[in-house]
Design a protein around this ligand. Sequence first.
Ligand code: FAQ
Length: 311
Amino acid sequence: ELSPEEAAFQARIDGNIKIEPKDWMPAAYRKTLIRQIGQHAHSEIVGQLPEGNWVTRAPTLERKAILLAKVQDEAGHGLYLYCAAETLGISRDELMNKLHSGEMKYSSIFNYPTLTWADMGAVGWLVDGAAIMNQVPLQRTSFGPYARAMVRICKEESFHQRQGYSIMMSMVSGTPAQKEMAQDALNRFWYPALMMFGPSDKDSVHSDQSMAWKIKMNTNDELRQRFVNETVPQAHYLGLTIPDDDLVWNEETGNYDFSQPDWEEFKAVLKGNGPCNRERLGARIKAWEGGEWFRDGLAAYAEKAAKRRVA
Ligand code: FAQ
């Protein structure tokens, strides 16, 4: 049974009143938010790596400038989200340590390699597309700082999705080899993109409680279905084939029926055994350790400047 404090808290949630950092909240609500916002922040930061891989090899100056801006946006998203997590009483250093030790996760999608330029198209189109599908409803999530961070993030993600689709448009209207590259990128990213929404509802550990607290606004399967419904016509427009023989429009339900991703592969990736897990985490740890002298320098300077102000 709910305590009087918990009942009052739930009544606020039910009345769609935002919870702010200094408000009372159940310990488990705080913990769930730190987990989800922290993982989300880590995903934005680790998510820079697969695309960063192509910045120096973009085919034109224009594409390079756009990709660079996109990758920088992801860094910004990570920073807003770390700030939102910090309002819950966890420090940036603690969050980083938990990422680097493997105690905290980041999205499974960023453990797949980006092998060709067409992958920049597929990542923008599918990965940012899936991210927006998940994040638009999160603008109404119950924790104020998280909801507000989502507003700008969603605007930027929608630019990212279009830049990805624009790359795909160029690839499919190029040479047969370029169109083939676009199809290959779709083949490799389709199921990993479907995995971004998390396990199916029957296997989701946190969904029920997170939905009751309006931390999550939709179930994993609801959002995955929405993504499929929206993306299939976009693939048709490109003249590409979704790599799923069972994909079919279902007149009765008004949805596409589709094949589930390989959930064993998903579990392996979450355990650290995806194609790029070690490389991604290794790159983040190297950057964190390599930047230590700089963080120390900034902190020493701030301390000196504070002393000077007092004197
Ligand atoms: N990868 O009980 P549930 C982006 C874990 S977008 C890894 O259903 P929940 C933009 C889950 O944490 C990507 N782990 O969990 C970008 C839990 O394990 P735990 C980031 C996953 O939290 C684009 C366990 O499985 N977006 O970065 C995944 O209720 C391009 C059981 O699952 C967000 O984080 C997964 N795919 O629902 C950047 C959105 N799925 O923690 C660069 C916010 C599940 O107990 C380039 N997050 N797990 O050890 C959410 O909406 C939710 O956390 C879900 C998972 C829907 C991801």
